[in-house]
Design a protein around this ligand. Structure first.
Ligand code: C5P
Length: 229
């Protein structure tokens, strides 16, 4: 089967407070989007890409796409809507059991090693899985008024990262059912879980950070320069 990469890049990035969506801000001299696609291409040069873009996007340049086989899909209101739109856009060419890796455009620091390890961990898995990192901090739950109610055990807690990879048919059905049922879908795995499956946790690097706030761009530049050493 084919390997598909779905990259949601239709967010506005409002928490960044910049003059354009964060995927178009420069990161070590190149737009975040170009860096993310370059990492994915280094790991999977033969994969097919579907890029979710805001239909009114005025910043995108196709010269940033290194893949030979790629298409764009119109982004939706939420991240999940963008992913569903991409799965619809590839429907004519995707087989039920093709693997789909969904990766946030805002995670340009994912390493080739993590990408390849994720793929090999889920290649023969009936469900699929995600890159994730064990929680390192002590976790507090608040009382809704700015004070600690409880300290939660961090035993067994993970941060969900991307990519998250699942079979095309399973993922499309799971996302559709979760949306219809009103389940909050903040990542692909949560929809697959709601469908009764247990995605595999593949331990990934903690520096696969998601650029969200202005200081994250500085951190990401440091991560990239350290990875190049
Ligand atoms: O805003 P946040 O970083 O949580 O978004 C995660 C990813 O989902 C980003 O890559 C963003 O571009 C994408 N997204 C999207 N469509 C939306 C909202 C977010 O493709 N409507």
């Amino acid at each position: 089967g084919h390997l598909w990469l779905v990259v949601p890049a239709a967010g506005q990035g409002r928490r960044m407070g910049a003059d354009r969506p964060k995927q178009y801000l420069p990161l070590a001299g190149q737009p975040v989007l170009a860096r993310t696609l370059a990492r994915l291409h280094e790991a999977f040069p033969e994969a097919r890409l579907c890029l979710c873009l805001d239909p009114d996007d005025g910043h995108f340049d196709p010269a940033w796409v290194p893949f030979a086989d790629w298409r764009r899909a119109p982004g939706g209101a939420e991240r999940v809507d963008s992913v569903v739109s991409a799965l619809e856009a590839i429907a004519p060419d995707a087989a039920e059991d093709d693997l789909v890796l969904v990766h946030d455009v805002a995670r340009p620091c994912v390493t080739v090693d993590d990408l390849v390890r994720l793929l090999s961990a889920i290649a023969d898995d009936p469900v699929g899985g995600l890159l994730a990192a064990r929680a390192a901090d002590t976790m507090k739950r608040d009382d809704g008024a700015g004070r600690v109610r409880t300290t939660e055990s961090r035993e067994g807690l993970w941060h969900a990262l991307t990519p998250q990879g699942f079979r095309y048919g399973l993922l499309r059905r799971a996302l559709g059912e979760a949306l219809a049922a009103g389940v909050a879908v903040t990542d692909e795995a949560s929809a697959v879980e709601a469908a009764g499956h247990s995605p595999r946790l593949v331990s990934g690097r903690r520096d696969n950070l998601k650029i969200t706030h202005p200081e994250d761009l500085i951190l990401a530049e440091l991560v990239l320069s350290a990875q190049e050493l």
